[in-house]
Design a protein around this ligand. Sequence first.
Ligand code: AMP
Length: 295
Amino acid sequence: MSDTSLSSVPFFRTVASLRAHISNVRRAGRSIGFVPTMGALHAGHASLIEAAARAGHFVVVSIYVNPTQFGPNEDFTAYPRSIEADAAICRDSGADAIFAPNDAEMYPPGEETRVRPGPLADRMCGRFRPGHFEGVCTVVAKLFNFVQPDVAYFGQKDAQQARILGKMVDDLGFPVRLVVCPIVREPDGLAMSSRNSYLSPTERSSALCLYHALSLGRDRLAAGEKDLAAIVRLMQEEVHRVAGVRDGHVTIDYIEINDPDSLMALTAPGKRMLLAGAIRIGRTRLIDNLLVTSD
Ligand code: AMP
């Protein structure tokens, strides 16, 4: 029995009710596909749900704005919440169940255990968001235990998160396979993000600067440029060039060309390169990346 249903998708607020439902589904021989989200769903999330549905799984989508992955000065309170619209997107994308727990369910009084990732979590976004990936690993580990999925779907949009969670699954032996789906973009190239709703129209135009910069880096690599430091400089300049025309508020947290496995800066072009960046536009922090491969 679901706790209720929103847009006709069974909707669970407690671990107990979710588990009871999933165990029936399993008994009926279905595999479980899982899409963890923080809600404010858009076409990027929908693509993960659709991928899970296409693969024939019973698809569980979790919607939970996880407090432990936000720093004290970050946007936890302001983070967009739109459960009715989210449920409609879940239904239209092929979800079979929504799990939307409250904080007491996810972090009951007295709980204190955390999952602490290794050095991968200190790189890239980890330098600017201390503790963020510990919060992510902790909540995803809990969710994996509650849902016990066969396959879990994540977005390449959060490349570092996907890499760290892959390591967590390997290191802790979770019996789940991770699938990483491509970044879904707006027609002009901006990576879809729940945080894009924070942007004013001027900021929205400036926000394209990151995708432009990463694309420029990819094009320089394709043209045979071997000096990665020079390409990084070019990408930094491109961010300011594109954004500067409209808005002086853009700052760069980082722009890097990294090994996609170690997330460390490459010193020379490799077969797989992760061009990744994070910028701040006013109070909004945006990330994006391009994975460049050559054989
Ligand atoms: P979030 O709700 O931001 O925690 O994201 C939930 C999942 O959706 C994560 O695995 C994200 O990587 C993924 N995701 C977010 N934005 C996109 C996008 N534009 N394209 C593909 N996946 C995305």
